[in-house]
Design a protein around this ligand. Structure first.
Ligand code: AMP
Ligand code: MN
Ligand code: MN
Ligand code: MN
Length: 276
């Protein structure tokens, strides 16, 4: 089983269409795939049809932006019903918030001496409903303001940097409630990436469990190999099932390509087993 249950298409901040991403996943040997665009399900029909035509098993997915303890975290929903009204309504509100935040990011960059960044980012937006910091980052790289996407985040758009605009996303309870209503399972995305203290991490995991959450990503393109082991230990300690996903966005951009990561560490229960 080569499961890749976290990646993005041009329906959010990736660059491949859902069908192109499916083909890339298949070519890399993925057998169970989920497209998990940020805060939207608009790519799910195309992804599912392409996956099935290529002989891959498919889970409908989404990566929901959540504010917890004044920081942004991501909750992946797997095996969600793309026609669930509660989920769709919640995601629509998040996308509207993204539009407002994007204008504020444009204003912040203007004050830093980068004119028309909002209009510039719009040139990189590939879906009518969804604008992301990644689109700003691609524009700033194109303008020669930074050497790479991660350079943009390190200097301008990352948490606490001068172009960062704080934003209130969904609550953890909302995200888990929407996923539950849509018949899916919630997974804490790339848990190693958050700026929490050990005490806050334990509180996050405890609240997630209290709200019905059962799984965390262990092997992800956002973790180092040391973190695979660290979060395997977390999974054992809290009784979490484990997930695996590249968090692929674009060829040559970022850390991991589709289907390229090592398998889960031995002894963990894969979250996907329930759907096989
Ligand atoms: P947003 O959801 O619009 O706030 O944008 C978050 C997205 O920006 C993430 O999903 C990543 O694709 C990208 N991102 C965040 N931090 C970094 C980073 N340090 N390097 C590269 N991409 C990043
Ligand atoms: Mn992204
Ligand atoms: Mn994420
Ligand atoms: Mn992601």
């Amino acid at each position: 089983m080569n499961a890749d249950l976290h990646c993005h298409s041009n329906v959010s901040d990736g660059v491949l269409s859902p069908a192109q991403a499916a083909a890339r996943a298949r070519a890399a040997g993925v057998t169970l795939w989920a497209l998990t665009d940020h805060d939207t399900l608009a790519g799910q029909d195309e992804a599912r049809q392409a996956a099935q035509a290529l002989g891959m098993s498919y889970l409908c997915g989404v990566e929901i932006s959540v504010t917890w303890a004044a920081r942004t975290i991501h909750i992946v929903g797997l095996h969600v019903d793309p026609n669930c009204a509660a989920l769709a309504t919640g995601l629509r509100a998040l996308c509207e918030g993204r539009m407002q935040r994007a204008r504020a990011i444009g204003d912040a960059l203007e004050r830093l001496g980068v004119p028309n960044a909002y209009e510039g980012a719009l040139q990189y937006v590939t879906s009518p409903t969804l604008i992301s910091r990644t689109h700003f980052a691609r524009y700033l790289v194109k303008q020669g303001m930074a050497a790479s996407i991660s350079d943009v985040f390190g200097r301008f758009l990352g948490d606490g940097k001068p172009g960062y605009v704080p934003h209130r996303w969904a609550s953890l309870a909302d995200a888990l409630n929407w996923i539950k209503q849509a018949g899916g399972e919630a997974v804490i995305a790339h848990p190693g990436r958050y700026p929490y203290t050990p005490l806050q991490y334990d509180a996050l995991f405890g609240q997630f469990i209290d709200l019905g959450g059962k799984a965390i990503e262990v092997v992800t393109g956002s973790h180092t190999p040391d973190q695979y082991q660290e979060y395997a230990d977390v999974a054992r300690r809290f009784g979490f099932e484990a997930s695996r996903g590249s968090d692929f966005h674009a060829p040559g951009e970022g850390r991991a390509d589709l289907g390229s990561l090592p398998p889960l560490p031995a002894g963990l229960k894969p979250v996907w087993e329930r759907w096989l």
